[in-house]
Design a binder for this molecule. Structure first.
Ligand code: TRP
Length: 377
């Protein structure tokens, strides 16, 4: 194993190497989601979402506090977002599907941020119109997830600037360069847009509190690489007389190639929601697996589901049945399951999913204005 694979790196812009999630929890100072918390969620939802059961959402900050407030009759709101650097891939959908479950079960509002500014500032090759265009495209995928139009507010940073900028400016006054330098690894060569940007991503934590004039608890479902933003937001919140935002974190979603996470910049590593079912099928058939080199060896030694993207695809999105999931695991390990057959079965599931999602995505075009937040003119 190379040095690079053993040492892992997790920042909001880069995930590299084999991630040790327990170490991440220690490094980021977050908490593991305990069985006690799961039990408390189950009390409200009846059943637990497979993403919780399977510990794909595995870490949190103050989620127990959110439940305390909720049980005391104080509703929270959800806040999540997307950096529109390209089309949506299936990995992006996982936190959104989970967020929809939370919205439905707790009957709460969702604010959804599209950071076209962030992606433009970060990526030397992306122009701003392109990033804004992807924000619109990605919003169709968000809407297709089935959020409640009465309770869901999507906004694009460069187009909701009037409201956003005012809150971000109040936030920014409490954050020094030295703080963001340490938190994000910025240096003197970082462009000043990125240096200010953490206040743009923090501002929505306080949207309902500002817009409705009532301090409201905020819960952020997001992949754990975003937690550094919320650390800064939590430090500043009391200075603005707001609650600190709470968080619930997911793991990353595996690339179809060996190691790493799904990445919009490597088209073969991920299946995009706009891919044709045929293209998706060929990506799956060409994917890396945890299987042996030959069928004979596979039957003798068995496969390794832990490192297999095909297995992980079932686990994160395509097999919600716990019994069937356990069967796949056992059959893979014992060598009964041949990778080619396993891939074919997944490809079928992905095909039906894409056909369904693409229909909803087209319908979303007509629903767009029901979801989008606009500045008052
Ligand atoms: N920075 C995130 C990204 O690059 C986008 C984002 C904005 C976000 N606000 C968020 C993600 C809140 C999760 C929660 O994808």
């Amino acid at each position: 194993m190379s040095q690079d694979e053993r040492e892992f790196v997790v920042t909001p812009w880069e995930v590299r190497g084999e991630v040790d999630y327990e170490k991440l929890i220690r490094d980021f100072g977050t908490s593991i989601i305990t069985d006690e918390i799961l039990e408390r969620i189950r009390k409200h939802t009846g059943d637990l979402h497979p993403l919780l059961k399977r510990k794909i959402f595995f870490s949190h900050r103050d989620f127990d506090w959110i439940l305390n407030r909720y049980e005391a009759g104080e509703k929270f709101f959800l806040y999540t977002g997307r950096g529109p650097s390209g089309h949506t891939h299936l990995g992006h959908l996982i936190p959104w599907i989970f967020t929809k479950y939370l919205q439905e079960e707790f009957d709460v509002e969702l604010y959804f941020q599209m950071t076209d500014d962030e992606k433009f500032l970060h990526d030397p090759k992306l122009n701003l119109d392109e990033a804004t265009g992807y924000a619109y495209e990605n919003a169709l995928d968000v809407i297709a997830c089935g959020f409640d139009p009465k309770k869901t507010f999507i906004f694009i940073d460069t187009e909701y600037a009037k409201t956003l900028y005012k809150i971000a400016t109040k936030f920014a006054k409490h954050v020094t360069f030295s703080t963001v330098k340490a938190a994000f690894g910025f240096d003197v060569s970082t462009n000043i847009g990125l240096i200010f940007f953490p206040s743009i991503q923090a501002a929505p934590c306080f949207f309902p509190s500002v817009l409705k004039g009532k301090n409201t608890p905020c819960l952020i479902p997001a992949a754990i690489d975003q937690s550094v933003y919320w650390r800064v937001a939590r430090d500043v919140a009391p200075k603005l007389s707001f609650y600190k935002p709470a968080e619930i974190h997911s793991k990353f979603f595996p690339s179809l190639m060996k190691g790493g996470k799904m990445s919009a910049s490597e088209p073969e590593s991920a299946i995009f929601t706009v891919d044709s079912p045929e293209l998706a099928e060929s990506k799956i058939m060409n994917a890396f697996t945890g299987g042996q080199a030959t069928i004979k060896e596979q039957k003798e030694k068995g496969g390794n589901p832990k490192i297999c993207p095909i297995y992980h695809y079932y686990s994160i999105l395509f097999e919600w049945d716990e019994k069937k999931m356990a069967e796949i695991y056992e059959n893979c390990k014992s060598g009964c399951l041949i990778c080619g057959d396993d891939k074919q079965r997944l490809a079928e599931k992905v095909r039906s999913f894409l056909i369904e999602h693409q229909k909803k995505r087209e319908k979303a075009r007509d629903m767009f204005e029901d979801f989008i937040l606009r500045d008052p003119s």
